[in-house]
Design a binder for this molecule. Structure first.
Ligand SMILES: *Cc1c(COP(=O)(O)O)cnc(C)c1O
Length: 377
């Protein structure tokens, strides 16, 4: 792992993580709880004329605020929390687009983002174009209001050069929005590379326990986050305080989990690449990834997703049923290892293609289980 680790200065993100953890323990005065309180309130005492930060539950909530402060420390940006990743993505579209706008989406990214744009933005006069993630940096960006990138893409783990795309989007007058779910803010920081907005499905590694859906939007231009916040307030796409509290609690262990996940993923990717049952493998941390050099430049960690292809659908199915430590389940980023055949959802991938989401288990028992299951296919 150590020699594959990108040669980027780590102190900046380390300092952000340290700030995030200190925000979790931020206590105002002697006697205040160290852990952020869970505030369940639809309304707040409001004598006389409206004043103060908390008036009505759809507008603001102290549990959202403390989570937004912690996520804000991690992103070094203002954050707005949402009840799911898709709610965060939809909020960005609604807050920035107008009739007649064009947007550019990844053809090979998270399917629901495309489906949302086609079914619900199209009828309002927003045109969607698609481009493969690996072709984005060479695409003409003139005329787009939003350029949307997902790198590494889900599920193919293709990359695009965010610094280059950000510069070209800026020159074309477009906003660059990056779905940073697969890499997470610990894997890469797109705002540092020039992106205007990041969105994250915190359902995945940030929450990491497979018990809550959540999302957030981060941006350094206050006008953008204010508009997203206003959209949340008016549309009512608000997270439950308990879900926000759960995510905040999970943030405390996020870096520890993610470090283990990435170390395990690198080791497993290397071992899987050498196993005869594996016909193809893609992981940004492998020298065989077509954009490994870019990954080393732009990513701080290579993440927990490994794309593994076995020779057939039957081989993939029998691997999944033979492996005891690999849950056959959708989604990713949990502390437990899981995998699924993406063709079962209609992704344009090989029938033997598995998206492996590596967990925090000790490496050798996990590899032992995976190798034993591979040996049977
Ligand atoms: C899961 C996911 C989403 C959507 O998140 P939800 O919390 O399920 O709404 C968006 N983008 C990517 C890349 C994802 O993996």
């Amino acid at each position: 792992m150590s020699e594959e680790r990108p040669a980027m200065p780590e102190d900046q993100v380390d300092a952000r993580v340290a700030r995030m953890l200190s925000r979790i323990g931020e206590a105002a005065a002697a006697g205040a709880p160290i852990a952020p309180p869970l505030v369940l309130a639809s309304t707040y005492l409001q004598p006389g004329d409206p004043s103060g930060p908390y008036q009505y539950g759809r507008w603001s909530n102290p549990t959202w605020d403390s989570l937004e402060a912690a996520l804000g420390a991690l992103e070094d940006a203002a954050c707005v929390v949402f009840p799911s990743g898709m709610a965060a993505i939809a909020a960005v579209f609604h807050a920035t687009l107008r009739q007649g706008d064009r947007i550019l989406l990844p053809a090979d990214g998270y399917y629901t983002t495309r489906a949302f744009a086609e079914r619900y933005l199209g009828p309002f006069g927003v045109t969607t174009d698609l481009v493969a993630t690996r072709a984005l940096a060479e695409t003409n960006l003139d005329g787009f209001r939003i350029v949307f990138a997902e790198t590494p893409s889900n599920p193919g783990l293709d990359l695009c050069d965010l610094r280059l795309v950000a510069a070209r989007a800026r020159a074309a007058g477009a906003l660059l929005v990056v779905d940073n779910t697969t890499a997470t803010a610990l894997g890469q920081q797109p705002l540092d590379l020039g992106a205007d907005i990041t969105v994250s499905a915190d359902t995945k590694a940030i929450a990491g326990h497979s018990d809550v859906l959540f999302g957030h939007v981060a941006a350094r231009d206050p006008a953008l986050t204010e508009r997203v916040r206003d959209w949340r307030k008016l549309s009512g796409a608000i997270p439950g305080p308990f879900e926000a509290w759960l995510v905040h609690r999970s943030l405390a262990s996020f870096e520890l989990r993610f470090e283990r996940i990435c170390e395990n993923a690198q080791a497993l990717a290397e071992r899987l690449a050498a196993h005869p049952a594996v016909t193809q493998i893609r992981y940004p941390g492998l020298a065989t990834h077509p954009d490994h050099a870019l990954a080393r430049r732009q990513m701080r960690r290579f993440g927990g997703l490994v794309a593994v292809t076995l020779r057939s659908e039957a081989a993939a199915r029998s691997f999944l049923s033979a492996a005891r430590m690999v849950n056959d389940a959708t989604s990713f980023g949990g502390y437990h290892t899981s995998a699924e055949r993406r063709a079962r959802w209609g992704d344009p991938v090989d029938p033997g293609f598995l998206r492996l989401s590596v967990g925090c288990e000790p490496l050798e028992p996990l590899w032992g289980d995976i190798r034993r299951a591979l040996d049977t296919v």
